[in-house]
Ligand binder design. Structure first.
Ligand SMILES: Cc1cc2nc3c(=O)[nH]c(=O)nc-3n(C[C@H](O)[C@H](O)[C@H](O)COP(=O)(O)OP(=O)(O)OC[C@H]3O[C@@H](n4cnc5c(N)ncnc54)[C@H](O)[C@@H]3O)c2cc1C
Length: 336
C-alpha cells in the first residue's frame, strides 16, 4: 500500500466510529488552560471556514507529529525546560510510482542497503496498488536523490546492487518524483517533566521522531496507542491524575530499543551529529559483522528483520550463540 492509501483507509475507519467526530481542514492553534493549576483544559482551533473556536476537553491527545503544541504549552505555563535528545542525520528522500514491472528473481520487494560509511544511498522497490511499484531512494548530506527523471534513474543505477535498476529501467513512471527531507531524529523526554499538565498527553512522533529509513515510526505509534488503550482499561478513580505520567514513563521504555536501533547505525557516518556512546566502535563492528552474517544465514537474517521491525526485543541479539558467531566473523574479518 502507498502511504496515501494507508492514511485514507485509516481515516475511513475512524470516521465510521460513532463516538468520533472528524473536523477536517481545521488547525489547532494552541492548547489552553483555564485552571489555576495550569492543567490543559481545551484547544483553540481555526476551523475550515477561517473562524476561531475554543473546544473544552478533559483530555487532549497531541498526535500532531511535530508536538510543538505540547512544547509551547509547557513553556507558556512556565514549566521546567524539556530535555531532548537529537541526532542530526540530514536524510533526503525521493520517491515515485512506476508501472508494475517484473522484479528480477521474482523478488516481492528489494531493499538495497548503502555501503556505509563510504556511501549513504539506499533504494527500495515495493509493489503498490493500481498495478504499480513504488520506488523510494534515500541519501545523506550532499548525496541528494534527484527529482529529475533521468537523474533519478542514474541514481538508481549507482545503488550498490543492480536489481532495482533492472526492474524499472524500461518501466513507465506514473507520478512526479516527490522529495522529502528529514533533518534529525528527536526524542522529547516528557516523562522527566515533574509536573506534567493534567489533561494532556503527547503520542507518536510528537514524543519521538525516528529516522524513517529504519521504518519503525508507525509501529511505535501503534504500540503507544495500544499502551494508552490498555492504561485506560485498567485505571479507575481519577484516571487523569496519573494517566500522562504513567503513559509517558512506559512510552520511554518502549522507545529505548527502536531509538538504539536507529541511533547506532546513523553514527556509522562521521557527519552525523549527536552524542556518541563510549563503546561506539565495538557496537559498529558488532553490527556490521551481524549484517554480513545475515546476508549468508537465513535464520539470523529473519531474526534481525524481526528485531528491526520491533516484533522481537533487541536483547535477543545478545544471545551467546549469536554473540559467538559475530565475534568469529569479526576475528575472521581482521585476520582474513
Ligand atoms: C518519508 C517518511 C517515510 C517513513 N516511512 C516509514 C515506514 O516505512 N515505516 C514506519 O513505520 N514509519 C515510517 N515513517 C514514520 C511514520 O510516518 C511516523 O512515525 C508516523 O506517521 C507518526 O504518526 P503520528 O500520528 O505520530 O504523526 P503523523 O503521521 O505525522 O500525523 C500528524 C498529523 O497531525 C496533523 N497536524 C499537525 N499539526 C496540526 C495542528 N496544529 N492542527 C491540526 N492537525 C495538525 C498533521 O497534518 C498530520 O496529519 C516515515 C516517515 C517519513 C517522513
Amino acid at each position: 500500500m502507498s502511504r496515501p492509501l494507508i492514511e485514507r483507509a485509516l481515516r475511513r475507519q475512524v470516521e465510521r466510529m460513532r463516538n468520533i467526530k472528524v473536523r477536517g481542514g481545521s488547525r489547532v492553534l494552541n492548547i489552553v488552560s483555564e485552571s489555576n493549576v495550569q492543567a490543559a483544559t481545551g484547544i483553540q482551533c481555526q476551523m475550515v471556514d477561517g473562524s476561531l473556536e475554543t473546544l473544552k476537553s478533559d483530555l487532549i491527545v497531541d498526535a500532531s507529529g511535530n508536538g510543538s503544541l505540547t512544547v509551547q504549552f509547557l513553556k507558556s505555563t512556565a514549566r521546567r525546560p524539556l530535555a531532548e535528545t537529537s541526532i542530526s542525520v540530514n536524510t533526503r528522500y525521493a520517491s515515485a510510482l512506476f508501472e508494475r514491472s517484473h522484479i528480477p528473481n521474482d523478488y516481492k520487494a528489494v531493499l538495497s542497503f548503502p555501503n556505509a560509511p563510504e556511501q549513504g544511498r539506499a533504494g527500495l522497490i515495493l509493489p503498490a496498488e493500481n498495478n504499480s511499484n513504488q520506488v523510494i531512494l534515500s541519501g545523506r548530506g550532499k548525496d541528494i536523490p534527484p527529482i529529475d527523471g533521468d537523474e533519478f534513474l542514474g541514481y538508481v543505477r549507482q545503488l550498490p546492487t543492480p536489481t532495482i535498476y533492472n526492474a524499472i529501467k524500461n518501466a513507465k513512471r506514473l507520478s512526479d518524483i516527490t522529495p522529502f527531507s528529514f533533518p534529525e531524529s528527536r526524542w522529547r523526554h516528557f516523562a522527566q517533566v515533574p509536573d506534567f499538565p493534567r489533561g494532556l498527553l503527547p503520542i507518536g512522533d510528537a514524543i519521538c521522531r525516528l529516522n524513517p529509513v529504519y521504518g519503525q515510526g508507525m509501529t511505535v505509534a501503534a504500540q503507544e496507542a495500544k499502551l494508552l488503550f490498555d492504561l485506560l482499561q485498567t485505571m479507575d478513580g481519577d484516571p487523569l491524575a496519573t494517566l500522562a505520567p504513567t503513559f509517558l514513563t512506559k512510552a520511554e521504555t518502549l522507545l529505548a530499543d527502536p531509538w538504539a536501533m536507529s541511533a547506532i547505525p546513523d553514527f556509522t557516518y562521521p557527519e552525523t551529529i549527536g552524542e556518541r556512546p563510549p563503546d561506539l566502535e565495538d557496537r559498529l563492528n558488532f553490527q556490521s559483522a551481524l549484517g554480513r552474517l545475515a546476508a549468508r544465514d537465513l535464520e539470523i537474517y529473519e531474526l534481525l528483520v524481526e528485531v528491526r521491525h520491533v516484533l522481537k526485543p533487541l536483547t535477543l541479539l545478545d544471545d551467546p550463540s549469536i554473540v559467538t558467531r559475530v565475534k568469529e566473523e569479526i576475528a575472521g574479518c581482521f585476520t582474513g
